[in-house]
Design a protein around this ligand. Structure first.
Ligand code: PBG
Ligand code: ZN
Length: 319
């Protein structure tokens, strides 16, 4: 007779739940929202079913709902009213992002506001920084990112999340925040952000695709993993509070490695392309949407993520 039978502990759900190593909760999730100018706007994003472009009034309504469902945080992305060479609408206090932050903080003070800091939605060329010819000028871009971060902190952001992948941005942003006495505003660094085709639907949604070339001069090569650890080390040394890895599903090996290496919180970004694939297959009846979402999000936690930025957050909270 067999002495060792792992199946003994799989006999029923109560036993299985007692030995479950990973538990997924709504409290692990951050929900991204897209804000636009205007009033009473609520337009579904074609490549991201059930996600919407919202004017500030509707963003506030959604924020109340998100908070009532127990989701602790939102990440705010914006579509500006004007674009220029340097992306100056990104730090305009009258832009949709800044107005949404202020309004949401006032209406739902306990909801954590994460601000995505980048310039690609705001520049006429769609790159994540200031150009010098066809090259994104790293150090000049840092000065602009500082302005964006400060404007978001002034608008009520609790966490600043720079997604541009410039070198030295964490130190630059930390300095700029501290000079303005925003000691308690945290930085969640998109430390390991790969140049990925999985961002496609987001770029449609945010109108942020580069007008020429690609982002490979600043985002990471998806063939690399040792380099990811270097990026994490640098960002922690510069003062990052939370380390993010992006995308999620094809990069869980990286999440596992980073988790083993550091003693700070790890986040993953379950990006637009990952969401769109699941939604599309579910819409065709090819997969079971609820089960796939729980499986995918649990896998991200099992790999080592403490928190997950995901467009599925609202659906998951309502399951
Ligand atoms: C901006 C930014 C991107 C995403 C988040 N912030 C797109 C990009 O780098 O082109 C992607 C999010 C998603 O795909 O869900 N730099
Ligand atoms: Zn960008």
């Amino acid at each position: 007779m067999l002495k060792l039978r792992p199946r003994r502990l799989r006999l029923n759900e109560n036993l299985r739940s007692m030995i479950r190593e990973t538990n997924l909760s709504v409290k692990d999730l951050i929900y991204p929202i897209f804000v636009v100018a205007g009033e009473n706007v609520r337009e579904e994003i074609p490549s991201m079913p059930d996600c919407y472009h919202l004017s500030v009034d509707n963003a506030v309504k959604l924020a109340k709902k998100i908070s009532a469902l127990g989701i602790p945080a939102v990440e705010i992305f914006g579509l500006p009213e004007y674009k220029d060479e340097i992306g100056s609408s990104a730090w305009d206090m009258k832009s949709p992002v800044q107005r949404a932050m202020t309004a949401i903080k006032k209406a739902v003070p306990e909801l954590i506001i994460v601000g995505d800091v980048c310039l690609c939605q705001y520049t006429s060329h769609g790159h994540c920084g200031k150009l010098c010819g066809h090259y994104v000028d790293n150090d000049e871009t840092l000065k602009l990112l500082q302005k964006v971060a400060v404007s978001q902190a002034e608008s009520g952001a609790d966490i600043i999340a720079p997604s541009d992948m410039m070198d030295g941005r964490i130190a630059a942003i930390r300095d700029a925040l501290d000079v303005k006495n925003f000691f308690n505003v945290s930085i969640m660094s998109y430390a390991v952000k790969y140049a990925s085709a999985y961002y496609g639907p987001f770029r449609d949604a945010a109108d942020s695709a580069p007008q020429f070339g690609d982002r490979k001069q600043y985002q990471m090569d998806f063939a690399n993993s040792r380099e990811a650890l270097k990026e994490v080390e640098l960002d922690l040394a510069e003062g990052a509070d939370i380390i993010m890895i992006k995308p999620a599903l094809a990069y869980l090996d990286i999440v596992g490695k980073v988790r083993e290496k550091i003693n700070r919180p790890v986040a993953v970004y379950n990006v637009s392309g990952e969401y769109a694939m699941v939604k599309a297959a579910a819409a065709n009846g090819w997969i079971d949407y609820k089960r796939i979402v729980v499986e995918n999000l649990t896998a991200m936690k099992r790999a080592g993520a403490d928190m997950i930025i995901t467009y599925h957050a609202l659906d998951f909270a309502q399951f």
